[in-house]
Design a protein around this ligand. Structure first.
Ligand code: NOJ
Ligand code: CA
Length: 714
């Protein structure tokens, strides 16, 4: 009997199902079985290489004010299987071409008595499963409110999980590594160690959730195409190791307002016995709609510096005055307010950054704190709320626009909304028009603090719709968006590639707010980055922040070589060199890597990977025979062992290796690095020492004629 069929039979035997459908992935490694239990409850199960990875798990919804929810009493009225295979070229990305290849099972269900129809669409790829619910147009179910989604992911054991708490307002946590059974106990500590702002459940975690089973299977749970729906966290039944979807409620406690025809986002399960496959998976993107921006030629990867780290470290300030709130100033004309003397976004300082960007070949300069409103964070004053168009008196929009243009540099706009979302929406058209008039083509937006209107949080359906509105409207104006504190991405950048970045996780800023775990960057690519790029803002060369601001006692938990590697390991078409120009001037040889490294790629090869421990990746620059390699390391000193067999046969490359010195350590000796140049061919191999919290970066350029003379080979 064929494996799939055998499985379906076991499934039927175990659950007394009447009808079971099974689907295999194109490479036959995955088998999905869908069935209805005796009472008409929809259930699915996923197998990988002949072993269960998701045990029989229920599907359905509890509806608000409804006697008969969408949980059971279903019959199968139709089922269709199909195959899809296409390749597409992303506007920017880790690879030139992405293959979207899956087998699909679409099951149409009808509920007894209510006659309501619900379709469940499963797509089985070679890297895992995506499925979603669809509600066709029908008179039996036109408008409805979701009280609870009841999608289960039943795990096969007490896996190791790399998790952050299921907060409705922030993803900016360090990861905790623990067994599933330990989450309940560790949750409280994680919450108090971090900046939790809203309610949480004792076993609730966020996605993308990375896990590893005791027999070495890597499993990732997330979602794709989060559109017009609330963000999904997961609640764990830690007796049975069953996760259940936990949607973010709105201010009234409702979880989704639906109008058929409509669909939910995709629920995703990426699985492999090789951790590198999880990093290379493009399944989340593939489950999103193709690019909707017709002529995306204006969307360009950006390497930038910014008037930013100096504010984050407390060396300078966003606001022009010291007064808070601005109403207390007693003046209506801002130019009459007394400046604090620490304002960062002054004409002179911005020019300094523009000069630095021009000198070193950066595309842009981010300027934060340029506009009025910072003194009055929560919009209590009528006079000085953020309107996104009024500069402080010492920031001259036209003068800086012309100065930057003359130097071939763009200024990146900054819109801190202070969570006042309706205020932002009211000003959005004017703000985007102002940008176009003044030569800005990219905006960093931000949503710090509790969301206004009060009671809403950062991840409910209403605000998910707001983030999407801001992206789509920006596309109308040909503006690129980098949204901080917005909901974590779910592959939407495939459809709207003007979304070139998000924060939505713990970024470098936390190194200035007390520090992050030294292995944090070995986890982000397994979790947060699966849905889209992160504006992580790497490139810190001075780890002792009291040197920038004596009051800041934070230490950046990373070696300098690790900071260089991040430009390759943390894939993003938007990369910042976040430190101050004067710190780069101290280490010009190491800074060269940041200047050289590409930000758009034709190919990516994951060479080594283990969550929490290490990641090594090599990438080929877009349209060039140049490779860059990055390796980041966790807490244990280790030797990375790689082969250069991904290089073209017969070509010799000059490899510049930027590595931790022997005695480097993220805490005690972070700036100890060594740089060496060697010749490399596709037969070459490298053994490279990585310090705790360290790593290495390599640039590989084709060796020109004569360049090989006298050079050492690896
Ligand atoms: C938090 C963002 O993550 C950070 O990058 C920004 O500088 C501040 N908010 C101020 O908007
Ligand atoms: Ca942030």
């Amino acid at each position: 009997m064929k494996k799939g069929l055998q499985l379906a039979c076991i499934f039927v035997l175990c659950f007394g199902n009447i009808m079971a459908q099974q689907l295999t992935s194109p490479d036959k490694k995955f088998v999905l079985v869908f069935a209805l239990q005796g009472d008409g409850t929809p259930v699915y199960q996923l197998d990988y290489n002949g072993k269960q990875v998701v045990k029989p798990s229920k599907l359905g919804f509890v509806l608000k004010g409804d006697k008969q929810s969408l949980l059971n009493q279903f019959t199968v009225v139709d089922q269709k299987q199909s195959t899809f295979d296409e390749s597409w070229n992303p506007v920017w990305g880790e690879v030139k071409t992405i293959r979207n290849h899956y087998n699909e099972l679409a099951v149409t269900l009808s509920q007894k008595e209510s006659n309501r129809k619900m379709l469940i669409r499963f797509r089985l790829f070679n890297d895992g499963l995506g499925f979603r619910y669809e509600f066709p147009q029908q008179k039996e179910l036109a408008y409805f409110v979701i009280k609870e989604e009841r999608t289960q992911f039943a795990m096969t054991g007490n896996h190791t999980a790399y998790w952050i708490p299921g907060d409705y307002d922030t993803q900016e946590y360090d990861f905790t590594t623990s067994k599933l059974s330990e989450i309940r106990e560790l949750m409280k500590k994680s919450i108090t160690d971090n900046l939790a702002q809203t309610s949480f459940s004792p076993t609730g975690v966020q996605t993308s959730l990375m896990m590893k089973s005791s027999d070495g299977i890597y499993i990732n749970l997330h979602e794709a195409a989060l559109i017009n729906y609330s963000c999904m966290h997961l609640n764990l039944d830690d007796k049975n190791m069953v996760f259940e979807s936990w949607l973010t409620p709105d201010a009234k406690g409702d979880k989704g307002y639906m109008q058929a025809p409509c669909t939910t986002p995709w629920r995703t399960v990426i699985v492999s016995s090789d951790a590198r496959d999880i990093l290379a998976s493009k399944m989340i993107y593939n489950l999103n709609e193709p690019n909707k921006i017709k002529d995306p030629g204006w969307i360009k990867p950006v390497k930038y510096v910014g008037v930013w780290w100096e504010m984050i470290t407390g060396k300078s300030s966003w606001s022009y005055t010291n007064e808070y709130p601005s109403v207390q100033l007693g003046v209506t004309d801002f130019t009459k307010a007394k400046p604090s003397g620490t304002h960062g976004a002054t004409n002179a300082n911005v020019k300094k950054y523009i000069d630095f960007a021009a000198k070193h070949g950066f595309d842009a300069v981010l300027v934060e704190g340029w506009n009025i409103g910072w003194e009055d964070w929560f919009g209590n004053s009528k006079d000085y709320v953020f309107d996104f168009v009024t500069p402080y008196p010492d920031f001259n929009v036209q003068e800086l626009r012309d100065y930057a243009k003359a130097k071939g540099v763009r200024i990146i706009m900054h819109h801190e909304t202070s969570g006042s979302v309706r205020n932002y929406e009211r000003h959005l058209d004017t703000a985007y028009r102002f940008m176009k008039q003044n030569g800005y083509n990219a905006v960093k937006s931000g949503y710090v603090g509790p969301i206004l209107p009060r009671g809403e949080t950062h991840y409910s359906q209403w605000i998910v719709n707001h983030y999407q509105y801001a992206i789509e409207k920006a596309a109308d104006y040909q503006i690129m968006v980098n949204a901080h504190e917005a909901v974590r991405p779910t592959g939407i950048a495939r459809t709207y590639p003007n979304l070139i970045g998000n924060e939505s996780a713990r970024g470098t800023e936390y190194q200035a707010f007390g520090g992050s775990k030294a292995n944090h960057v070995t986890l982000l690519p397994f979790t947060r980055l699966l849905g889209g790029p992160m504006d992580y803002t790497p490139g810190i060369f001075e780890m002792d922040l009291s040197k920038l601001n004596p009051a800041n006692k934070s230490h950046v938990n990373s070696t300098l070589a690790n900071q260089l590697a991040l430009y390759v390991t943390m894939y993003s078409p938007l990369q910042m060199a976040a430190d101050l120009p004067e710190n780069y001037d101290r280490f010009p040889d190491a800074f060269q890597f940041i200047k050289d490294v590409a930000i758009d790629w034709d190919d990516s090869k994951y060479l080594e990977a283990e969550p929490g421990e290490y990641i090594t990746v090599a990438r080929k620059a877009k349209g060039k025979d140049e490779w860059y390699l990055g390796s980041v390391n966790g807490y244990s000193k280790r030797t990375s062992k790689i082969s250069f067999d991904f290089l073209d046969k017969g070509t010799t490359y000059i490899a510049t290796i930027y590595a931790d010195a022997k005695d480097a350590d993220f805490k005690s000796n972070p700036q100890a690095y060594v740089i060496r140049k060697v010749l490399v061919k596709n037969t070459s191999k490298l053994q490279q020492l990585c310090a705790p919290g360290g790593g290495y970066a390599i640039s590989l350029m084709v060796a020109g004629k004569g360049a090989t003379k006298g050079s050492k080979s690896l």
